[in-house]
Design a protein around this ligand. Structure first.
Ligand code: HSE
Length: 314
């Protein structure tokens, strides 16, 4: 029996987790992107986008089309693929929007193949979507969106991803203000060199974060998301950053930083109840101080990553 059509959901991700620039990322449950892919007789890719925004490219410039084409060119199956990307996620949000599209796309195409690649083998295609979107094949959004959980990119050359075993998940609060920050620009403004003192501070936090995540120590996780290298530079791109962070901490968050390249911000909470209060306080601050509307997402760690919503055989 062969798979004729699949519907795949790939979740949003919080990359960096503060101190772990390009190294850490966690999958959350919502939002996410959906891809529907089906086999066609004629070879190659037929691609279209369903989106409320007209700015999402519907051509090969779209990351989903790009990574699907790369996978099809390598595998050369005796059929083609018709793909519709249901672009639900906001672009330039710091929620791993391009990663979700790329991941949903490669997982969907892979599911149609007679001889499927392992999930991990799909990573190298998905990172190409990030290269197209931001000029850099960073893996800290695609890895957790594809594999689930918290992923640690131990090495880029060769690409080596470690999934952190977690005893207990913190509750992640993610607040997305309605402003756009382009990842490429947010990367270009970062320093090329950093003082050793700062590096020491940061790798202390990154190591502490690993232990905190493994032990389910919410206080330690919060302490260790502190980012002394990237956040001071990128926070300038986020309206009301200081006030929003302060509101999160005053509401009981154990830590707060930028989600990915921003403008979304995330905070670490003990419980859903507390997370709701933190989210509300952060969102209020965005509105009060910057006059900016925002969405609040509350989620424990999504350990599944991309999932099959529907599979049709034929
Ligand atoms: N690690 C990447 C960055 C994530 O911070 O630029 C982008 O979502």
């Amino acid at each position: 029996m062969t798979t004729k059509q699949v519907t795949v959901f790939a979740p949003a991700t919080v990359a960096n987790l503060g101190s772990g620039y390009d190294v850490f990322g966690v999958a959350i449950h919502a939002p996410g992107d959906i891809v529907v892919a089906e086999r066609t007789k004629e070879e190659g890719l037929t691609f279209s986008v369903q989106s409320k925004k007209k700015t999402v490219p519907s051509t090969t410039k779209n990351v989903a089309a790009h990574v699907a084409t790369l996978l099809l060119e390598e595998v050369r199956p005796p059929f083609g693929v018709r793909m519709v990307l249901n672009k639900l996620m906001p672009v330039g949000s710091g929620l791993g929007s391009s990663a979700a599209s790329s991941v949903a796309s490669v997982v969907a195409v892979n599911e149609l193949l007679p001889k499927q690649l392992k999930r991990r083998d799909l990573l190298r295609f998905a990172v190409e979507g990030e290269r197209l979107a931001s000029g850099s094949p960073h893996a800290d959004n695609v890895a957790p969106s594809l594999l689930g959980g918290v992923c640690l990119i131990r090495s880029y050359n060769p690409l080596d991803v470690v999934q952190i075993p977690m005893k207990k998940s913190p509750v992640w609060v993610v607040v997305h203000p309605h402003v756009i920050v382009r990842t490429e620009e947010a990367r270009n403004i970062l320093p090329k060199q950093i003082p050793l003192r700062q590096a020491v501070h940061q790798w202390g936090n990154v190591s502490g974060l690993t232990v905190g995540l493994m032990d389910g120590d919410i206080k330690l996780i919060g302490k260790c998301v502190e980012d002394v290298i990237v956040e001071p530079v990128r926070s300038k791109l986020i309206p009301a950053f200081d006030e929003v962070k302060q509101a999160a901490l005053e509401s009981g968050a154990t830590g707060c930083s930028i989600s990915g390249s921003g403008p979304s911000m995330f905070a670490v909470a003990y419980s859903i109840k507390q997370a709701k209060e933190i989210g509300k306080a952060m969102s209020n601050e965005f509105r009060k101080v910057a006059g900016v509307k925002s969405e609040i997402y509350i989620s424990i760690t999504n350990v599944e990553g991309a999932t099959m919503m529907k599979v049709q055989n034929g």
